[in-house]
Design a protein around this ligand. Structure first.
Ligand code: PMP
Length: 370
């Protein structure tokens, strides 16, 4: 059997074994995964304009459209630069000339998006700022509205470090621009409020190095076109998301992960599993050692189904917990270096057994170290 552990890393993170095994074959001889001879060259070695690679690219785009049931007035792009590049590319395209934009400040990732919007000269207005609650909760979406003349309202659907997740979208006058990096493809959702969605691939969709951008036609038309070539969304749309040499291998991997997701049952399956996995862990937090041993700082109404953050009674016990879990084949449980504590990231490719194993370990650890 292949040696695999349960990898709770926040991203890059665990990917489906089937996908990794197919990639292993295609890496050396593209098309050989099912047994016979392939093309005699690896997928990373082929021109992005070659027929097989164009087919891979188009299949990945089509799978994404199918999974999201995306209407024709949305365009899909696979871009380089990660989600971080979008922090600046979005306001630079839509609001660089001192135009008004609304942002919600929900934590570490929102903060970076806000900083870059300011850096490119947008007039940034905070419609929500979680500083007072240390980003442990979110506003009731019904209370969130865009302001007069705002080009868009930006939000981070899931704060990967803080473990807070929006459960419903506000209905606001401006289009919503969403950083969905860490909960994209984890549940079905209505795309219609969104003018632009972006997600770095390295959580639910593939390896790092490619960012999915979905942009609505009316928002695309509002881009001011004054950017350098790469930063102009319209140029990417015109080029069929092949304006330049795209991250071919990453897109190939995304295509495989999307095929895998479709086979499992798409977003309905992803959502059911995410609820189960996170439920197991939040239950363990609430009940282990009779309760109170673990604590989750996040408001129960906004706890993430993707990144479960928790603390133990002391930092010493946290270090012991992380080390003992690793010794039992559960890796990546250290919280982000900026906040400490523990964090279990449980994206689509984490088997339910992994979450169960961690929940069992948490109960046992609390018993022994109470
Ligand atoms: N936004 C969120 C919510 C993230 O979790 C991350 C990465 N962890 C980013 C943006 C940045 O993504 P990238 O490293 O791909 O630029």
């Amino acid at each position: 059997a292949v040696h695999r552990i349960y990898n709770f890393s926040a991203g890059p993170c665990t990917l489906p074994l089937e996908v990794m095994q197919q990639a292993q074959a295609d890496l050396v001889d593209f098309g050989s995964a099912s047994g016979g001879k392939g093309l005699g060259m690896g997928v990373m070695e082929m021109s992005h304009r070659s027929k097989p690679v164009v087919a891979v690219h188009e299949a990945a785009l089509a799978s994404l459209r199918e999974i999201l049931e995306l209407p024709d007035n949305y365009q899909v792009l696979f871009l380089g630069g990660g989600a971080t590049f979008q922090f600046g590319m979005i306001p630079s395209s839509l609001a660089a000339n001192g135009q008004r934009v609304d942002y919600t400040h929900s934590g570490a990732w929102a903060k970076k998006a806000i900083a870059d919007a300011k850096a490119v000269g947008a007039d940034v207005n905070l419609v929500y700022d979680g500083t007072d609650n240390s980003y442990t909760t979110l506003p009731d979406p019904a209370t969130v509205q865009s302001t007069e003349g705002s080009r868009y309202l930006h939000l981070t659907t899931n704060e990967t470090i803080g473990g807070v997740q929006w459960k419903a979208m506000p209905s606001c006058d401006a289009p919503i621009v969403a950083d969905m990096s860490s909960d994209f493809l984890s549940k079905p959702f209505d795309v219609s409020p969104f003018g632009l969605i972006y997600a770095g691939a390295q959580k639910n969709i593939g390896p790092a190095g490619v960012c999915v951008v979905i942009i609505r036609d009316d928002v695309l038309e509002q881009c001011n076109g004054e950017q350098i070539n790469y930063m102009n969304y319209a140029n990417h749309v015109k080029g069929g998301s092949m304006l330049n040499t795209p991250p071919v291998f990453q897109i190939y991997m995304v295509g495989l992960v999307l095929e895998w997701l479709k086979g499992k049952g798409g977003l309905a399956w992803a959502s059911e599993m995410a609820e189960k996995r996170s439920g197991l862990l939040y239950d363990a937090i609430a009940e282990a050692g009779g309760g109170g041993y673990y604590s989750c700082p996040v408001d129960a109404a906004y706890r993430s189904t993707m990144n479960v953050v928790f603390r133990l009674p002391s930092e010493e016990l946290e270090a012991k917990f992380i080390a003992e879990a690793a010794a039992q084949g559960m890796d990546g449980l250290k919280g982000h270096r900026s906040v400490g504590g523990c964090r279990a990231s449980i994206y689509n490719a984490m088997p339910l057994e992994g979450a169960q194993a961690l929940a069992d370990f948490m109960r046992e650890f609390a018993q022994k170290n109470g």
